[in-house]
Design a protein around this ligand. Structure first.
Ligand code: HEC
Length: 157
C-alpha cells in the first residue's frame, strides 16, 4: 500500500466514525423532549392563540370578525327576525326545497336522530332523554300536535 492509499484509508475511517458518532448523538431517548431541532418553528409555532391579544391588528383581536357583507363558506344566514312576525313571514315566503320521497324521509329521520331526538323524543312527544333527565327544564313541544302539524315548513325552519 502506498502512502497516499494509507492516507485515503485513514480519512475514510475518520469520516465513517464521525458519521456514526453524529447519528448516535442525534438520537434522543427521552421521549418528553423533541431532541435535536433543525426546524424550530415547526415545534414552537408562531401562530397566535385564538383569544390572545394580537399586536398585528388595530383592534388587538386575534380572532377577527367576518368582513361586513361576507358569508362564511357552507353557512346560510337567516334573513328573518327571531320574532313571531319573522317566523310568520318565513312561513309565507320560504318554499321547502325537498320533495317528499322515501330517501328524503330517511335522511330527515337521520337528522332528527342527531339534532332533535335528545329533546323531542323518539316519537316527537317532547319526552327526549335530555328533558327527562331534568337537566334541560323547558318542556319541548309535542311535534305531533295539530298546531305544529299544520305549521308551514318555513315557520318551522
Ligand atoms: C335542547 C332541546 C331541543 C332540541 C335539541 C330541539 N328542540 Fe325543538 N323545542 C324545544 C323546546 C323546549 C321547545 C318549546 C320552545 C317554546 O315553546 O318556546 C321546542 C319547540 C319546537 C317547535 C315548535 C316551535 C313553535 O313555534 O311552537 C318545533 C317545530 C321544534 N321544536 C322542532 C325542532 C326540531 C326540528 C329540532 C331538531 C332540528 C329541535 N326542535 C331540536 C327543545 C329542543
Amino acid at each position: 500500500m502506498t502512502n497516499i492509499q494509507m492516507t485515503n484509508k485513514k480519512i475514510s475511517i475518520f469520516f465513517s466514525l464521525a458519521l456514526v458518532l453524529i447519528s448516535f448523538s442525534s438520537c434522543n431517548h427521552n421521549r418528553k423532549t423533541p431532541g435535536a431541532q433543525y426546524l424550530d418553528d415547526m415545534v414552537k409555532p408562531i401562530a397566535y392563540e385564538d383569544y390572545s391579544i394580537n399586536p398585528v391588528f388595530a383592534n388587538r383581536m386575534t380572532e377577527q370578525l367576518p368582513v361586513e357583507g361576507t358569508i362564511a363558506r357552507g353557512k346560510m344566514p337567516y334573513s328573518y327576525e327571531k320574532t313571531a312576525d319573522g317566523q310568520k313571514l318565513a312561513g309565507e315566503q320560504l318554499v321547502n326545497p325537498f320533495k317528499m320521497s322515501s330517501d328524503v324521509l330517511e335522511k330527515g329521520k337521520n337528522q332528527y336522530g342527531i339534532y332533535c331526538l335528545i329533546c323531542h323524543g323518539p316519537t316527537g312527544k317532547g319526552d327526549g332523554s335530555l328533558f327527562k333527565s331534568g337537566k334541560f327544564t323547558a318542556q319541548p313541544t309535542d311535534l305531533g300536535e295539530e298546531r305544529i302539524m299544520n305549521m308551514p315548513d318555513g315557520e318551522i325552519v
